[in-house]
Unconditional design. Structure first.
Length: 92
């Protein structure tokens, strides 16, 4: 069974789908971080050097195993050659 098929089977369960949906914004943030770094053509180690931190901290950040401050997210983006902005929208 492929990973995509496994994911789809799991999401067919309403409880799993609700939890997955609750984490959507976190998944989107992780995706944006990875996109910035890969677009910049950088390794985790290179980003860490630019941020003056350890590669393990970048790894935790990109896995979603951290609770980064806005300052940390800005440093990460700047290390990759990007800027960040905050978008607010009312929850439906």
């Amino acid at each position: 069974m492929s990973l995509q098929n496994l994911k789809q089977r799991a999401l067919d369960n309403p409880e799993v789908k609700a939890e997955y949906d609750d984490l959507e914004s976190e998944f989107n943030l992780i995706d944006k971080l990875l996109t910035m770094r890969t677009t910049a053509g950088l390794t985790q180690e290179q980003v860490a050097e630019r941020m003056k931190t350890q590669k393990s901290n970048i790894s935790r950040l990109e896995r979603g195993n951290a609770n980064p401050s806005w300052a940390t997210l800005l440093k990460y983006a700047h290390a990759c050659g990007f800027d960040l902005s905050l978008k607010m929208q009312k929850i439906p």
